[in-house]
Design a protein. Structure first.
Length: 273
């Protein structure tokens, strides 16, 4: 059976590189963020311990940057620009498709829409050098020592796991997006009803306003709880993510007053009869 290659590399070998460096990137980010937040913060877009942005980034280095290794300056400049552009694209793509900001450099100077910033771009260049000159040579020797049949089997197994993981992640994101959209619509309805209640408190207040407000508040609370459950993994992993909420406590007095007036009106009607 002929071996499928890409730019001179067997496809199974590239997939093994991708999986290894995705896992290594996950370990690096998890340790860094856990130290900063003083708690365990499992990074990664997928459920498994992988950060594909690092896997793809290192593949770009292997395929296109290695020929530049003879000129350190050119290698550093090209790798810095390319990896920074890749990080910006991934950040933009995830924000557009999932409505989640997975990292934010807005607090640093010389940032571009919070997706990249100067010092991180410079670090990308340094990491590219460390990866290509120090880390990848022994990794390459180990992978090449594995028989091609074993590489194909291992790559097929890992690829299948990644596809299943991606499918479950996309499903969870679709569910979460649907819940949050419903939550946003319910929040608008709830705010509108509260405004009506506030205007009606000063005059005649039908019982239906108080009862309707209470039902909407209960419905909104249930939706918030569902959104919290659906988004818990993303919120624990990415501190920038927050499910949209509405501060219902601000209008609590209005609903209580509505309930009180409604009860008084009922008591007067009972006394008259």
């Amino acid at each position: 059976m002929p071996t499928v290659t890409f730019l001179g590399y067997p496809f199974s070998t590239l997939l093994l590189y991708f999986c290894f460096y995705s896992f290594a990137g996950w370990c690096m980010e998890t340790v860094y963020c856990s130290i900063l937040e003083r708690r365990f913060v499992p990074r990664g877009f997928l459920h498994g311990p992988v950060c594909p942005i690092y896997g793809v980034g290192v593949l770009l280095m292997i395929l296109f940057f290695e020929p530049l290794a003879g000129n350190i300056f050119v290698f550093y400049v090209v790798s810095t620009l390319t990896m920074s552009a890749w990080e910006y694209f991934v950040g933009w793509f995830l924000e557009v498709t999932t409505h989640v900001k997975y990292w934010d450099y807005s607090m640093y100077r010389f940032n571009l829409k919070g997706r990249i910033c100067l010092w991180v771009c410079l670090v990308w260049g340094a990491l590219s050098y460390v990866c290509i000159f120090w880390i990848h040579p022994p990794v390459e020797r180990i992978v090449r020592s594995i028989p091609m049949l074993a590489q194909n089997i291992l790559a097929a197994g890992l690829g299948a796991v990644l596809l299943v993981d991606a499918a479950f992640t996309i499903r969870d994101l679709a569910i979460m997006t649907r819940v949050l959209n419903t939550l946003q619509r319910a929040g608008g309805e709830f705010t509108s009803r509260l405004q009506d209640a506030r205007e009606a408190v000063a005059t005649a207040l039908p019982e239906t306003i108080a009862e309707g407000g209470a039902k909407l508040r209960e419905k909104y609370g249930d939706l918030v709880a569902l959104a919290e459950r659906s988004s818990r993994r993303f919120r624990n992993t990415y501190a920038q993510f927050h499910a949209p909420k509405l501060d219902i406590h601000f209008h609590q007095a209005i609903l209580e007053k509505a309930k009180q007036v409604a009860e008084e009106r009922k008591a007067k009607k009972t006394a008259r009869s």
